[in-house]
Design a protein around this ligand. Sequence first.
Ligand code: NI
Length: 194
Amino acid sequence: MANKSTSSKGSTVTAETPAVAATKGKICPIVKYGDPVLEKPAATITEFDTELGQLVEDMFASMYAANGVGLAAPQIGKSIRLAVVDVTLGKNPEAKIVLVNPEIIHAEGEVREEEGCLSVPGFRGYVVRPQFVTVRAQNAKGETFEIRGENLLARAFCHEIDHLHGILFLTHLSMLKRDLIKRKIKKLRKEGEW
Ligand code: NI
């Protein structure tokens, strides 16, 4: 999921927090809308090895570099059920959340808010999401845990778990808005700018 301020404001946030944002991971290019990997269901993770641990670090590094508050593995071309979330943009190391094989087990309330996605850069739209969700997931070691999120965190959980089902936020927009964005992307692609 993309940060609210993707413009110059967003990079200021990163500049203020180099100590935390500098992880051991490598920055991977983010796959854009149009790549089939974004629209297919990702595979369940069964191996909790050092390779997965490294991938988690790469995901955080890639997310912070792009000023995102969430990133799903398909967005770096890996079709596996892994996502990372940090709604503090790296300001609080305690806020780093790793979701392996996550599922929403409870949802409550509704909030309509603007949303974006690192794989659909430059476009935003209003999406209704639950106000509260409870997610059951595994961590990078394979241990099961539950976490509750409210508002932006709940939204980020829903957005990233959608990615693992091959669903983009565009799906939740009005048909009019979705078609408008798709037309603009088509044009950008023709111009070689997507
Ligand atoms: Ni996204």
